[in-house]
Design a protein around this ligand. Structure first.
Ligand SMILES: [Zn+2]
Length: 402
């Protein structure tokens, strides 16, 4: 199948704010190019100039460009007005450069809190920005340690990791609505695959700008509010999205490579169980995700016999009367996520070595290439064995989780 950037844009657009698997083939990949590319293109009636490196070049002349801030730009041939390159090697922005660029781009009132790996851009209280920075650094450390112990090779992020934190839900929704549309009303945070940033709002209670004036101003208060059981789901979502960002920046996954969605989401859910009591470690990592297990239990009452096979083979599969793929449909999304968590949990508990080898294999896939459903199954069976046998053992082990 020959594909164009037009198709890439269509695939990406609905999923941009979250993780995706993307489908293109017969593209010329240009990862080894070191020169800085200068591209002028039309967008929304205006002209945009971006300097970066071309990471994918399609046969029809379309490209995917990565700029120095880390954003990716899929461009169709008729959008591109000028392309030049020079001998200056591509280099992502360092912390100082990126911080300056972000302050220029963000609305007035934003400040930046720097940690070792993160740039926390915020217009909420400084203690909340510091609390988030510490949380993300702990997550990154725990995530890295977890995989290193299991012999999964990881790299340090090649550019600072950016998190935008809005003071209140109203201003967050205004910003997030540009990417998420109406979904911004129900999503408390997201990882944007195009910009490589996570976006969220202050979870300590402020829903609008008036309330935000009374927001909590010290770390002890933040801990007290966010340790309450009702805050658990909100924090888990933020950690889930931060985990996606880490996976795409530490060499576990490549943006625009065809990583199966069940694995993508399953791994983020595996780490989303927060443990705010521990300031040095992350004791909750990999523990049973009760909510997902319960959802899977409900799904099992009418779970189709080929559920695992279709979960593994096709991210875009549409089930029953739904018009949306399984990971997006309002009916099917919880079922798909719960099965993805259960499968990830099962494989990591019972087939850990094969799981790590499978991850290494997937991390070597190149951006812009799409696997067929048959290939997905073949590759899965190569690492884990016959799928029918896995289905039986998976169900046996999952029903035993207490
Ligand atoms: Zn996710």
């Amino acid at each position: 199948m020959s594909c164009s950037i037009q198709q890439v844009v269509q695939w990406i657009r609905p999923y941009w704010p979250i993780t995706l698997s993307l489908a293109i083939s017969t593209l010329f990949l240009c990862e080894a190019c070191v020169a800085l590319d200068h591209v002028a293109f039309e967008r929304d009636g205006g002209m945009v100039h971006v300097n970066g490196k071309i990471i994918v070049e399609a046969a029809d002349g379309g490209i995917i460009l990565q700029d120095r801030q880390g954003s990716i730009w899929p461009l169709q041939p008729d959008q591109i007005k000028k392309r030049t390159s020079d001998d200056i090697p591509y280099r992502p922005m360092d912390q100082k450069e990126l911080a300056q660029a972000l302050l220029k781009e963000l609305p007035e009132g934003f400040q930046i809190h720097k940690t070792h790996h993160y740039l926390i851009c915020y217009n909420t209280s400084k203690p909340y920005a510091e609390w988030c920075g510490a949380l993300f650094e702990r997550l990154l450390r725990a995530y890295t340690n977890y995989w290193k112990k299991r012999k999964l090779p990881l790299s340090d992020p090649k550019m600072p990791l950016v998190a935008l934190i809005f003071a209140d839900k109203t201003s967050y929704k205004r910003y997030a609505g540009q990417s998420l549309g109406d979904a911004a009303n129900s999503i408390v945070g997201y990882y944007n695959l195009q910009t490589n940033r996570i976006v969220m709002y202050d979870l300590t209670g402020a829903q609008d700008p008036e309330q935000a004036q009374h927001r909590i101003r010290n770390r002890a208060e933040i801990n007290r509010v966010l340790s309450k059981p009702q805050a658990g789901r909100l924090i888990a979502t933020v950690i889930h999205e931060a985990t996606h960002q880490i996976a795409f920046n530490c060499g576990v996954q490549k943006r625009l490579a065809d990583t199966p969605l069940w694995l993508n989401e399953g791994m983020a859910m595996y780490f989303e169980t927060p443990d705010l009591r521990s300031s040095t470690g992350w004791r909750g990592m990999g523990s049973v995700n009760r909510e997902r297990l319960f959802q899977f239990g409900s799904y099992c009452k009418a779970r189709p016999a080929d559920s695992l096979r279709t979960l593994i083979s096709d991210d875009q599969r549409i089930r029953g009367k739904s018009t949306d793929p399984r990971f997006q449909g309002t009916e099917s999304i919880l079922e798909a996520y719960s099965e993805a968590w259960c499968l990830t949990y099962y494989l990591l508990k019972h087939k850990e070595k094969a799981f790590v080898e499978y991850l290494i294999f997937l991390s070597q896939k190149q951006p812009g290439q799409r696997d067929t459903p048959e290939q997905r199954i073949r590759e899965f069976e190569r690492f884990f064995g016959n799928l029918d046998a896995i289905e039986k053992d998976f169900m046996r082990q999952t029903t035993r989780i207490r």
